[in-house]
Design a protein around this ligand. Structure first.
Ligand code: TMP
Ligand code: ASP
Length: 240
C-alpha cells in the first residue's frame, strides 16, 4: 500500500490517501489540542504513543466482535485504516460523572453513576460540539433512526469490552468518545468504529489513587502528560 496525498489535517492526526481508494493512512502527530483547538501544544512521543495505544485497543475490540476501521500498524506514527464516510456525531459514554456533565448539572466530579449514561454531541469545533438528542440528529438529517440505534448499541458494547480491559490494569474508564461511519466499500452496511481510542478522547483514573492518566493532564496543566499516557500503554499491555 503506497501513501499518496494529504487528505485531511485534524488537530492531532493527518489523514493521507493511498493507491487504493478504500484505504487511508492515519498519521498521529505530536500535537495536542484542548477546548476545541483553543489550547495547543506539541508533546514529544505523543504521536507514537497514541498510535500504539489505539492499535492495541482496536485489536481488543475487533477480537470482541466490534468492527473497526483499523487494519494494521504501518510504522511508529502511522496506521492503515479503511476509508469511511463518517457521521458528524460524537458518542460519549460516562461511567463516572466528570467534565462537561459535572459542570452542566452541578454534580461533583467523581460521582459514580448507577449505570452508564449515553450522550450525543454534534461534531463542530466552531459550535463547541453542542450536546444533542436523537431528534436533533434524525430530524436535522445528521444520521438516520437506524444509525442512532446502532451508535448506542455499539458504544455500550465497547464499554462492556473496555471497562474490564482498563479495570484489569487498575484503571477506571470514567468516560470516552467514539465516532462511527460507513466504510466506502460498504456504504449501506452496518456502522463501523472509526477515528481513535486513545487517552486524548477518554478519561482514565488510577483506581487506587484517582490520579488522572488522560488528556485532562494537559487541559488542567497537571504536567507529565505523555509519561502518564505511556504508563497507560504499558499497564494495558500495548507494546511501546
Ligand atoms: P466532556 O466531559 O468534555 O463532555 O467529554 C467527555 C469525554 O469525551 C471525555 O473523555 C473527552 C471526550 N471528548 C473528546 O475526546 N472530544 C470531544 O470533542 C468531546 C466533546 C469529548
Ligand atoms: N478534542 C477537542 C480539542 O481537541 C476538545 C478537548 O479535548 O478539550 O480541542
Amino acid at each position: 500500500m503506497e501513501k499518496r496525498n494529504e487528505l485531511y489535517r485534524g488537530k492531532a492526526k493527518t489523514v493521507y490517501t493511498t493507491d487504493d481508494p478504500h484505504y487511508l493512512v492515519m498519521h498521529y502527530r505530536d500535537d495536542v489540542s484542548a477546548f476545541d483547538g483553543v489550547k495547543l501544544a506539541k508533546l514529544d512521543l505523543k504521536g507514537e504513543t497514541n498510535n500504539r495505544i489505539n492499535a492495541h485497543v482496536m485489536g481488543v475490540l475487533e477480537s470482541a466482535g466490534v468492527k473497526t476501521h483499523f487494519v494494521r500498524l504501518l510504522n511508529e506514527r502511522e496506521s492503515l485504516v479503511k476509508a469511511m464516510k463518517m457521521l458528524p456525531i460524537e458518542c460519549v459514554v460516562r461511567n463516572v460523572c466528570a467534565g462537561s456533565m459535572a459542570k452542566r448539572y452541578g454534580i461533583d466530579e467523581g460521582t459514580r453513576l448507577p449505570e452508564p449514561i449515553f450522550e450525543f454531541f454534534l461534531k463542530s469545533d466552531a459550535l463547541h460540539d453542542p450536546l444533542c438528542n436523537d431528534d436533533h440528529i434524525r430530524v436535522l438529517g445528521w444520521a438516520s433512526a437506524d444509525e442512532i440505534g446502532q451508535m448506542k448499541t455499539l458504544t455500550h458494547r465497547v464499554n462492556a469490552v473496555l471497562k474490564p480491559l482498563f479495570a484489569g490494569a487498575g484503571i477506571d474508564l470514567v468516560d470516552y468518545k467514539l465516532e462511527f461511519g460507513h466504510p466506502l466499500d460498504d456504504p449501506q452496511g452496518p456502522l463501523v468504529l472509526g477515528d481513535e481510542f486513545t487517552p486524548d478522547g477518554c478519561r482514565l483514573w488510577d483506581t487506587k489513587s484517582g490520579e488522572k492518566l488522560d488528556k485532562d493532564r494537559f487541559r488542567r496543566d497537571l504536567g507529565e502528560v505523555i509519561e502518564r499516557y505511556r504508563e497507560v500503554a504499558i499497564r494495558i499491555g500495548a507494546p511501546l
